[in-house]
Design a protein around this ligand. Structure first.
Ligand SMILES: Cc1cc2nc3c(=O)[nH]c(=O)nc-3n(C[C@H](O)[C@H](O)[C@H](O)COP(=O)(O)OP(=O)(O)OC[C@H]3O[C@@H](n4cnc5c(N)ncnc54)[C@H](O)[C@@H]3O)c2cc1C
Length: 326
């Protein structure tokens, strides 16, 4: 019997980026944020990793805690710039050993304050080399142990990559170069891409159109920053080179308090999010900067606020007490 085709409503994915706490004193607040975000039932939560690898243990612990105590899929960012091949292999091994099966493979940025800085000769110099090394380490682990091989077959390693819809200011590339780069990342084995933040829907839609024309077929997930805090937008420009529109900064600056900025910025972000969804974006990835309210309100604005609880309160799950007390 041939089953009647079921309706297939488009339900965009929802995901969040979290940054591991830099200091132990920041841990309780971080975990409160993580709990709130996990409770919104995202498709995944990605966990950043410092370019120098200084936060490597904290990043691994955050990912391991999410794996052990929640049902959310963690995506571990991994950078390679400045590290030796041996070191990067060891980090990959540690993450895979902890149970990570989805990795966002990134180059990372060279240190800006060291003009004479040169990458180590035996280093891993690009996301493409990192993807190859990830596959190599996974293959080595599978060869050495049949149970690991079976687990790997049941839950294959998935590699995501970053992409830059207006070019990567830090790397001095144009949109056209990033389209080519994304094609190379796909050919190297990437399964999906997450975009750098942007402020105009056309940045995303024009990039996707160019990428599809160039042969990119993998999903391109729209990365969005809640636009509620003008200080954050200026800081993000320093970090990424992506400049917020002057009219947005002026409008936020003119408002009397943080609450008014939150309302204005949420409305602004919601409109942008709705435009990219209407244009066919497969989902929204929110750069939370470890703030849950702007992220959740943004998603609420486009009716993707999640289905929290259903009587199961993830915030009260056993993983919470295992968080080290400060
Ligand atoms: C979603 C997302 C998450 C991120 N998370 C982190 C994080 O956790 N930690 C962190 O440190 N950084 C993070 N970054 C920043 C990222 O590491 C930097 O922006 C880095 O400069 C680019 O990384 P990549 O993986 O695209 O690098 P690569 O693909 O290795 O490329 C580096 C740059 O050089 C250019 N390039 C390389 N080869 C060529 C070539 N042959 N011709 C022309 N151009 C070339 C590429 O186009 C690219 O812009 C993130 C960025 C995004 C978008």
């Amino acid at each position: 019997m041939v089953a009647e085709a079921l309706p297939h409503p488009h339900r965009p994915t929802v995901s969040f980026e979290l940054m591991p706490p830099r200091r132990p004193a920041a841990a309780p607040r971080f975990w409160e944020t993580a709990r709130r975000l996990v409770d919104a039932r995202p498709d995944f939560v990605s966990v950043t990793y410092g370019a120098g690898g200084g936060d490597r243990d904290t990043a691994r612990d955050v990912v391991a805690t999410l794996l052990a105590g929640t049902s959310v899929l963690p995506v571990a960012h991994l950078t390679c710039v400045g590290a030796s091949r041996e070191d990067v292999s060891a980090v990959i091994d540690t993450f895979l050993e902890a149970g990570v099966r989805t990795v966002l493979a990134l180059r990372g940025d060279p240190p800006k304050d060291q003009p004479d800085w040169r990458p180590p000769a035996d280093g891993v110099h690009s996301s493409l080399e990192l993807i190859a090394l990830l596959r190599e380490v996974e293959a080595r682990r599978c060869e050495s142990d049949p149970s690991t091989a079976l687990r790997g077959a049941a839950r294959p390693l998935t590699i995501a990559v970053a992409t830059f819809v207006d070019g990567n200011v830090q790397a001095g590339t144009t949109r056209a170069q990033e389209v080519q780069r994304l094609l190379e990342k796909q050919q190297a084995g990437a399964s999906f891409a997450i975009t750098q933040l942007f402020y105009e829907a056309t940045s995303y839609t024009d990039f996707v159109t160019a990428a599809r024309a160039a042969g990119v077929t993998i999903p391109i997930l729209a990365g969005l920053l809640p636009t509620t805090d003008p200080r954050r937008l200026r800081r993000v420009e320093e970090l990424t080179g992506v400049r917020a529109p002057q009219h947005l900064l002026d409008a936020l600056d003119a408002l009397p308090d943080a609450e008014a900025q939150h309302a204005y910025g949420t409305a602004y972000g919601t409109e942008l999010a709705q435009r990219v969804l209407d244009a066919g974006a497969p989902g929204l990835h929110v750069y939370t900067f470890n703030q849950f309210r702007p992220a959740l309100d943004l998603l609420e604005g486009v009716n993707l606020g999640g289905t929290p609880s259903d009587g199961v309160d993830l915030a009260r799950r056993p993983w919470v007490p295992s968080i080290p007390a400060v």
